[in-house]
Design a protein around this ligand. Structure first.
Ligand SMILES: *[C@@H]1O[C@H](CO)[C@@H](O)[C@H](O)[C@H]1NC(C)=O
Ligand SMILES: *[C@@H]1O[C@H](CO)[C@@H](O)[C@H](O)[C@H]1NC(C)=O
Ligand SMILES: *[C@@H]1O[C@H](CO)[C@@H](O)[C@H](O)[C@H]1NC(C)=O
Ligand SMILES: *[C@@H]1O[C@H](CO)[C@@H](O)[C@H](O)[C@H]1NC(C)=O
Length: 451
């Protein structure tokens, strides 16, 4: 004991000596600076090491049965209603972690632990999580969060439970399946994520036209986070689910939190913005990370229209070739007001279907000097860590803005510049290039659903 201590002191000596020489002497300001930097980095490194150590999974129990109830809902409240779990995803792009997409109260949730149960011996590991509340919270008290836990080195857990404490009984906690565990090959090129369908959505004709346009442009899958829609819309969604195009993720966020229909907080007592859109988008990115080459983040009334290519596949290969190392492609939004109509494609059988006929709206609002047009994205999901609505927050690859002569977003909705006369708008009939296949495909769907 004595000897070891002595040896330790002796080992310490040369370092101390160096320090005394460097720090004690009045050699120069340079030496002082070096000294401070060295000391600071030594303290930082040991602090970081300690912190990482505290995040490492620890075995707390052996021989467990791993039998907590499996949670099957899209949104699961943890006790106290301050944390909501959407889904855990395996992510080994930086280190071997489980990344849980969730919603948390940005101040009240300070600690969360991942409880992993490793089969076949039933060891229970507990890891302290890093809670990363996304910076785009827009003033609301609740926001999207990544709850990130290091996984045990020697096992690949299938389920995880999330708890506010490292102590307790795992059998009483809900278990969540960890998705993306097994590597898969892409099954589709393009998946469109529609982040929130709400407000008893009934814009049936525009929805069908958008989905048919996506399909013409190369989309195989449309994922919809559905809060509420009309009976007629349910019928259309059922048709598309059976066809294999649409996947519905139930999104009953308003039974857990007071949702705002605005994107930014207005002191009205609501908890989270725009039906939790940002959380849904992030879940959609991870949900499709392995199965889709590209993920498209836009709303149901928006269509990215290529101007130089017939479809998205040729457009994206060209954009990727021109922008190596890019994982995020930004497209500029342009408003085509539903109030300005052109009668060319007045198809009489469509007039009984609720919603907008986009073929009749081919005038777009001009750019405004003081306003930057918002953008929507086509991303390579494997290069994205966190996304917001108009840009990504964290990614491995670069972002690039796609010039408007390559593609723009056709966005048919209420005008933003409602006082402009028709003559001041720009006639843009790009959409009409697709008229014959669009009309034929929309008719097929209408006759099998609502007509
Ligand atoms: C979730 O589904 C699984 C399998 O279908 C079932 O065993 C389990 O009880 C369900 N959990 C809940 C909370 O209903
Ligand atoms: C959590 O919310 C549910 C309804 O969504 C409510 O029944 C329950 O009492 C709440 N629990 C707490 C601890 O606030
Ligand atoms: C479409 O045509 C019908 C008659 O066939 C007419 O009543 C209606 O106003 C037209 N609508 C538009 C938007 O052109
Ligand atoms: C509709 O599409 C066809 C080709 O499919 C084209 O010849 C025609 O000009 C288009 N109609 C309009 C009004 O642009």
């Amino acid at each position: 004991m004595q000897e070891r201590k002595l040896q330790g002191q002796r080992n310490l000596h040369p370092h101390l000596d160096k320090f005394r020489k460097l720090c004690g002497g009045k050699k120069s300001y340079f030496a002082a600076a070096v000294c401070i930097i060295t000391l600071t980095s030594m303290v930082t490194i040991s602090y970081l090491r300690l912190q990482r150590l505290s995040l490492l999974p620890k075995i707390i129990q052996e021989g467990s049965k791993c039998r907590g109830e499996i949670a099957n809902n899209t949104i699961t409240a943890l006790r106290g209603n301050k944390t909501f779990i959407i889904a855990p995803y395996f992510d080994d792009r930086e280190s071997k972690v489980t990344r849980v997409i969730g919603i948390v109260h940005h101040e009240d949730v300070k600690e969360l632990y991942c409880w992993f149960c490793c089969q076949p011996h039933g060891q229970i590991y507990v890891s302290k999580s890093k809670i990363d509340v996304h910076s785009d919270r827009f003033g609301f008290p609740y926001g999207a969060a990544d709850i990130v836990c290091l996984e045990p080195q020697n096992c690949d857990p299938t389920y995880v439970s999330i708890h506010w404490s490292p102590h307790g009984n795992i059998d009483q906690l809900p278990r969540f399946e960890i998705k993306n565990r097994k590597a898969e090959t892409f099954s589709v090129d393009f998946t469109v994520c529609i982040s929130a369908m709400f407000g008893n959505y009934n814009n049936v004709l525009q929805f069908i036209q958008s989905v048919e346009m996506y399909k013409i442009l190369g989309v195989q899958k449309v994922v919809i986070y559905k809060n509420s829609c009309s009976q007629l819309m349910e019928k259309v969604l059922k048709f598309y689910m059976e066809e294999g195009t649409v996947e519905i993720i139930p999104w009953p966020i308003n039974s857990h939190l007071k949702v705002s229909s605005k994107w930014h907080f207005t002191q009205d007592g609501t908890h989270i913005g725009y039906y939790g859109q940002i959380t849904a988008l992030n879940d959609c990115v991870y949900r499709n990370m392995q199965r889709s080459k590209f993920v498209v983040l836009n709303d149901a009334d928006e269509i990215i229209l290529p101007l130089k290519h017939p479809d998205w596949k040729t457009m994206m290969s060209s954009l990727q070739e021109q922008n190596p190392g890019t994982g995020v492609f930004l497209f500029e939004n342009h408003i085509f007001p539903e109030t300005i109509s052109t009668h060319t494609f007045n198809i009489s059988s469509w007039n009984t279907v609720p919603g907008i006929n986009i073929l009749q709206h081919v005038h777009r609002e001009p750019d405004r000097k003081e306003v930057i047009n918002p953008k929507k994205m086509i991303i390579d999901p494997r290069q994205v860590v966190q996304t917001s609505v108009h840009s990504v927050l964290r990614a491995y690859g670069n972002s690039v803005s796609v010039p408007v002569d390559v593609a723009l977003i056709y966005h048919c909705r209420m005008p933003l510049q409602g006082n402009l006369p028709r003559e001041s708008l720009i006639r843009d009939t790009t959409l009409w290039r697709y008229n014959s296949s669009l009309i034929m495909n929309v008719n097929k769907v209408l006759y099998q659903t609502v007509l």
